[in-house]
Write a new protein. Structure first.
Length: 333
C-alpha cells in the first residue's frame, strides 16, 4: 500500500504572519486529500531523524546550531525564521524522508513525505531559503549508507534551484541529481554548465529554464534529457524534491505549469520502473498546492503512460551538455 508520512509537528513551525512557507500549506494539502479519501494512501507518523542520519550530511555543530536557534526562536535570515516548535518539525521532516526511503527500499512502489520545513536549500552547514535540514539529501544518504542502495536518483522540479542538494552531492557518483528551475532567479545557482566535480563530474544535471516556462518545457526536458540519463544511471531508488511553486498561480515563482502538469511529471518518473518517493518542498498558493499534490498522488497510483513532449531549442542545448557524460541522452536526440 502506498504510504503518506505526516506529523502534527509540521504545524508547530511558526514562520510568522505573512510568510509564504506556513502551516496552512499542510492543512490545505491534508484537507484536499481527506476530501478524496486519501486516495488509498496509508497514513503513517513520521519518526524523528536520528543523530546518525543527520550527521551523515550535516556537521554535529551545525545540527546543534539549528536546535539552539529554534529554542531561542531566532532567525537564520529574513527568509528563514524559527520558533520553539521548529526543531521538532525539522527532525520529523528529515525523519519522514528517511522513513519513506526505508519503506520504498523494503518493496513499496510509491510514497509521499509531506512535512515542513522544506529542505533542498539547506547546505551542509548553512540554513537558507526556508530550509534548515536537507531532508531529501539525508534520506538519500541514509539509503546509500544503511538500506543497501548503491545509486539514488534525485529529481528536483521546484521553481528554485536545489542548491543544497547540489552542493551535498556535487562530488559524488552515488547520486544523480537533476534540477529543473527558473533562471535567472533566487538563489542564483544551477547553470547548465554546473555538472558536478571530481568523481561526481557529470552526476549533476542542472537545467535552468526561463520565466514563463510551462509544461512543454519542463516535461520536454524530463523526457529527452533527464529520463535517458536516469535510465543509464539505473538507480535503486528515485526521490523527488516535489516543489509545486512552478504552478502558474504561485505567488513566489514565475513559471506556468498547470495542476495537470504535475500529474504528467509523475507519469514520466514512473516510466523508470523504480520505487519513487516524493518529499515536499515549495508551493505557496494553497489551492494550487493542494490540487497539485492530489493530482500527483493520483497519477502515481494510476500509472498511466505519459504523452510525448516536443524537444525544442532548450532541450537540444541541454542535451548537448548532458550528453557528454550520458550516452543515452545523445542517442535519443
Amino acid at each position: 500500500m502506498p504510504v503518506y508520512f505526516e506529523h502534527p509537528a509540521s504545524l508547530e513551525h511558526d514562520t510568522g504572519r505573512g510568510h509564504p512557507e506556513r502551516a496552512d500549506r499542510i492543512r490545505a494539502i491534508e484537507a484536499e486529500l481527506d476530501r478524496r479519501g486519501w486516495l488509498g494512501f496509508e497514513r503513517r507518523e513520521a519518526p524523528a531523524a536520528t543523530p546518525e542520519q543527520l550527521h551523515a550530511v550535516h556537521p554535529p555543530e551545525y545540527v546543534d546550531l539549528v536546535r539552539e536557534t529554534a529554542a531561542r526562536g531566532a532567525a537564520f535570515d529574513l527568509d528563514t525564521p524559527t520558533s520553539p516548535g521548529t526543531w521538532e518539525a525539522a527532525v520529523r521532516a528529515a525523519g519522514g524522508a528517511c522513513a519513506l526511503a526505508e519503506t520504498l527500499m523494503a518493496g513499496e512502489r510509491v510514497g509521499f513525505s509531506a512535512l515542513r520545513p522544506p529542505g533542498h536549500h539547506a547546505e551542509p552547514a548553512r540554513a537558507m531559503g526556508f530550509c534548515m535540514l536537507a531532508n531529501i539529501s539525508i534520506a538519500a544518504r541514509h539509503a546509500l549508507d544503511s538500506l543497501g542502495a548503491e545509486r539514488v536518483f534525485v529529481l528536483d522540479w521546484d521553481v528554485h534551484h536545489g542548491n543544497g542538494t547540489n552542493a551535498i552531492f556535487h562530488g559524488s557518483p552515488e547520486v544523480l541529481f537533476a534540477s529543473l528551475h527558473q533562471f535567472p532567479f533566487w538563489p542564483g545557482s544551477g547553470p547548465l554548465s554546473d555538472v558536478g566535480s571530481d568523481a561526481g563530474e557529470g552526476y549533476s544535471i542542472n537545467l535552468p529554464v526561463p520565466g514563463g516556462s510551462g509544461e512543454d518545457v519542463f516535461c520536454g526536458l524530463v523526457e529527452h534529457v533527464v529520463l535517458p540519463a536516469a535510465r543509464e544511471f539505473d538507480p535503486d531508488l528515485v526521490l523527488v524534491s516535489a516543489g509545486f511553486d512552478a504552478h502558474r498561480d504561485d505567488p513566489v515563482g514565475g513559471c506556468t505549469l498547470e495542476t495537470s502538469s504535475y500529474a504528467e511529471l509523475a507519469r514520466q518518473v514512473l516510466t523508470l520502473g523504480k520505487p519513487v518517493g516524493y518529499v515536499l518542498e515549495g508551493g505557496y498558493d494553497l489551492d494550487a498546492l493542494a490540487a497539485s499534490v492530489a493530482a500527483s498522488t493520483e497519477a502515481l497510483l494510476e500509472g498511466a503512460a505519459p504523452r510525448s513532449h516536443p524537444r525544442g531549442e532548450l532541450v537540444d542545448r541541454a542535451a548537448a551538455v548532458v550528453g557528454e557524460r550520458w550516452a543515452a541522452v545523445s542517442s535519443s536526440a
